[in-house]
Structure formats: structure tokens, C-alpha cells
Design a protein around this ligand. Sequence first.
Ligand SMILES: N[C@@H](CCC(=O)N[C@@H](CS)C(=O)NCC(=O)O)C(=O)O
Length: 238
Amino acid sequence: MIDLYYAPTPNGWKITIMLEECGLPYTIVPVNLGAGDQFKPEFLAISPNNRMPAIVDSDTGQSVFESGAILIYLAEKTGQFMPAESSERFDVLQWLFWQVGGLGPMAGQLSHFVNYAPGGPEANEYAFARYAGEYDRLFSVMERTLSDNEFLAGDYSIADMASWPWIVPYKHFKQDMTPYPNVRRWFDAMKNRPAVQRGMDVGKAARSDPSKMTDEQRKRMFLQTGASVAAETQDKAK
Ligand SMILES: N[C@@H](CCC(=O)N[C@@H](CS)C(=O)NCC(=O)O)C(=O)O
């Protein structure tokens, strides 16, 4: 049984999609980010970067943090969505690392300036242009591979599951998909997969509305330092 430490965000969806695709039994352990659950000492013991998702596999006792590592763990555990053969395995791994090192962080920063930064994109023109430009460039990278391949690494894989959640908010991020017809085809194919739909629905009711965030929650989430995390953790230990 897999315990998934989870909040309903793009990084969380990667794992619920994979668990649904594999048909693995799992239990959700909710991580309320606004309330600071990510600073609890027992959470940091399995996820030292104070970020979700993380898993604990009670079959093996193994805990894993970082969404890319979790996807690889689950692919190896089930023998699904990442070929064992070396060349095809690296086709998947390179696109997975492209997501966790590029698309994820760039889209995450874009999301920050669209959803949370004081004054929004208008008051943060340079930051918005920087991350919106990178997001668009990454669409063009996907377009090139998807014009030759049905999925990012050839066959459907954990690389697609990692990438799709960060494409979902493209309209909200003011990204035009028209120049990228193969990204559109792939996006629609992903959207129509029942397991993807089930994965995205997990914990839907707990999705937070950025406009309703309190100042305290903003500070906790977006002005973290080493010292602030240590103080939050000490507070949660009481
Ligand atoms: N590189 C990490 C990123 C995970 C991440 O950024 N998670 C966010 C939610 S989407 C989080 O837990 N934030 C808590 C915080 O900022 O304190 C991964 O891919 O797992």
C-alpha cells in the first residue's frame, strides 16, 4: 500500500495520475500547505525539502520525495510506463528530467506571478515576460518532439504524466496553444484518459483559491527562508 502525502496541485496530480494508471492501492495523507503541514517534523522526516508530494510504501518501508523520483519508483515497482531496456528507458528519463528541471520550475514561477505576486503580471512585467517566454519556448520544444512522436518519449510514459499537469493551466497563464497543433493533440489525448481524469479529481474539494489566501498564508508559502522554516518546524513540534 502506498501512502501519498498530497495536496491537489500540479505536482500532486503527477502522482495521483500515475497511481490511477497503475491501479495501485493508495491512501491519501492530506498536506494542508496553507496551514503549514509541510513543516511538521514527521513530514520533514520523509520529505526534507518541505514540499509535497512524497510517498511511503508500506510493502517495502521505502519513503520517496520529489515527484520525478516518486514516478521512477512507482514505474520500477509496477514495471509500467518506463521501459526497462536502456535506450528507451533513457528516452523517458530525459523527458522526465526535462519536466522536473525545466517545465515544472518555469511554469511554477509563471504561476506565482500570475496568481500570487502582489499586483499580478501588470506590476511584475519583467518577471512575467521572463517566465511566460520560457513557458512558450518549452511549448515549442514539446511541439518538435510531438510532431514525430505520439507521446513525449515515444510511448505513453511517466514523462507525459509529469508534464501534463503543468500544461493544464495554459489559458490562465495567457499561453496561446494555436501555434502548437501537436501539443494540442497530445493535450486532448491526455485529457481523455480516464485515469488522468480520476487522478486530477483526487482531493478536488480541497483546492485552494489564490484570491482567498490570507497574508499569513502568503508569508508562510512565499517568503520562506532557512530560519523561517526552522521556526515553523519548531512551532509544529510543540
Ligand atoms: N520539485 C518538487 C516540487 C514540489 C513543490 O513545489 N510542491 C509544492 C506544492 S505544488 C509545495 O509543497 N509547496 C510547499 C511550500 O512551498 O512550502 C517536486 O517535483 O516534487
